[in-house]
Design a protein around this ligand. Structure first.
Ligand SMILES: Nc1ncnc2c1ncn2[C@@H]1O[C@H](COP(=O)(O)OP(=O)(O)OP(=O)(O)O)[C@@H](O)[C@H]1O
Ligand SMILES: [Mg+2]
Length: 464
């Protein structure tokens, strides 16, 4: 089959609650060869911006729900490179001016003059392309670090923050799950820090790091003479965590016979020191963490089912970093600041290609791996800019030819490639939604073979 020539079309989001206005703008933009994505609800628009990656946003100022200023604010925070053009009615230019003061790119007045609209949009598209090539400043606009420096802008992390705020003060047992390096320990500490127990100890025990034979005496303490070498008596971590928080890390690694004892503590808050006769009572809030799938561990007999239910009272799951790429820029900026201080460096910006590469990589070791990578890059950096070439070997190798190449023509090539992908993705998603996910019919609509469409979908990471 003959392949149609690919057209590069900048994507522009248009937001106005009045349908006839969006209709007119859309028609003008499309006639001029732009792709216009229209929203008549600002709430819907806000939800869509992340996924759509527009080059330019045009928004009305006054709408029911969030208005143009809120859209502007959101974009400045999350997509500072996307120019926002505001629409203003004839005679209300003052509001447009105040939008300009807050960083809007330009304004257009109703009723629209086609030439004026197109000239503003063209300038905005060029500005976007320009901004994409500029190094992104790191030193400004980094949010205030909290004591625990738990950062996150993604919906997933916002949800985690909400849960933390909600449960911090209750005595409930919390179970934190998530892959290695996703921040389980940091979240455990954040819960403690936000609770009324904050002035009392946060005690940690890593069940994987302590030999099975020592876990019991570590957790419960021992009396003098309980075993050879017990020359004095010693409190265990449970006692030390009295009125505070006990963090049981890698809880799935606990030996089965210890699990019985742990269960008793969780149920009755009572235990005896090893070799002790007195029953001790403690009030410690338990937070457990694991990177294992505990239901699987129960099935395979490594974890007692009753203990699982006791621990799983309030589960918090931390998404992998590759599932919350919106956090990456914030995390990178935070780590750069942190290591600038530690390594006495003065990195002030990052090459956009480099940030894109960091976003594209899957980070199997999650935030810990990213943190280490940034530290190494800062150590290596010769100037004040973090460069793609300084990325760790494993990232460069994994990205291979998806990596933007250096050189002056790459800005253009990369832009064309990305815009083509935007376009392809849109067309495919539209066809799929019109055929309710039927790949064969969607392929027909697009003039592709079924196989061809499947390959494209795989390339673009589109799942049915
Ligand atoms: N949201 C975050 N913001 C900033 N730093 C983070 C965040 N999450 C994790 N980190 C940092 O990443 C590193 C790993 O975090 P942490 O030790 O809490 O992960 P973990 O899930 O307990 O890992 P593991 O399963 O390997 O024990 C730490 O240095 C931590 O400070
Ligand atoms: Mg940990």
């Amino acid at each position: 089959m003959e392949t149609k020539p690919k057209i590069v079309v900048p994507k522009i989001i248009v937001i106005d609650d009045e349908r006839n206005i969006t209709f007119v703008i859309q028609a003008m933009l499309e006639r001029a060869g732009f792709q216009a994505l229209v929203f008549n609800s600002s709430e819907q628009a806000l939800r869509a911006i992340d996924a759509e990656n527009p080059q330019v946003i045009i928004t009305d100022l006054y709408m029911p729900g969030p208005g143009g200023m809120e859209i502007l604010e959101y974009c400045q925070k999350h997509f500072p490179r996307v120019p926002v053009v505001v629409i203003t009615a004839y005679g209300t230019v003052e509001s447009a001016v105040s939008a300009l003061k807050r960083g809007a790119f330009d304004y257009i007045t109703k009723p629209f003059d086609q030439a004026e609209l197109l000239s503003v949009v063209q300038k905005a598209v060029l500005t976007f392309a320009q901004r994409e090539k500029e190094p992104i400043a790191i030193t400004e606009a980094v949010p205030q670090k909290t004591a625990s420096s738990l950062t996150g802008a993604s919906a997933g992390m916002q949800e985690v923050f909400k849960i933390i705020a909600k449960i911090a003060n209750s005595p409930t047992t919390v179970l934190i799950t998530g892959e290695s390096g996703t921040g389980k320990e940091l979240v455990a500490y954040e819960i403690h820090r936000n609770s009324s127990r904050v002035k009392k100890p946060f005690i940690k025990i890593n069940c994987a790091a302590i030999p099975a034979t020592l876990i019991e005496s570590e957790l419960f303490g021992y009396e003098k003479g309980a075993f050879t070498g017990a020359v004095t008596s010693k409190p265990g971590r449970f006692e030390l965590a009295h009125e505070g928080t006990l963090f049981l890390d890698e809880v799935a690694e606990m030996p089965l016979e210890m699990q019985v004892k742990l269960l008793r503590i969780l149920q009755e808050q009572e235990f005896e020191r090893v070799g002790g006769v007195h029953t001790l009572k403690v009030d410690a809030r338990i937070i457990a963490a694991t990177n294992k799938d505990l239901e699987q561990e129960v099935k395979s007999g490594k974890l007692r089912e009753d203990l699982f239910y006791r621990l799983n009272v309030f589960p918090i799951h931390l998404p992998a970093l590759r599932e919350r790429k919106e956090d990456i820029e914030l995390l990178v900026k935070g780590f750069v600041q942190q290591f600038n201080l530690k390594l006495k460096k003065n990195i002030s910006s990052i090459e956009p290609n480099c940030l894109d590469a960091i976003r594209a990589y899957a980070w199997p070791g999650n935030i810990r791996q990213l943190e280490n990578a940034i530290e190494r890059m800062i150590l290596m950096a010769e100037g004040n800019v973090l460069l793609t070439k300084d990325l760790p070997e494993e990232v460069l190798v994994a990205l291979g030819d998806r990596l933007p190449q250096q050189g002056e023509s790459t800005g253009f090539k990369e832009t064309v490639k990305r815009q083509t992908q935007f376009l392809e993705r849109d067309l495919i998603e539209k066809a799929l939604s019109e055929t309710e996910g039927n790949v064969t019919r969607a392929a027909e609509k697009l003039g592709l073979s079924r196989k061809g469409l499947q390959i494209k979908m795989k390339d673009l990471g589109l799942n049915k």
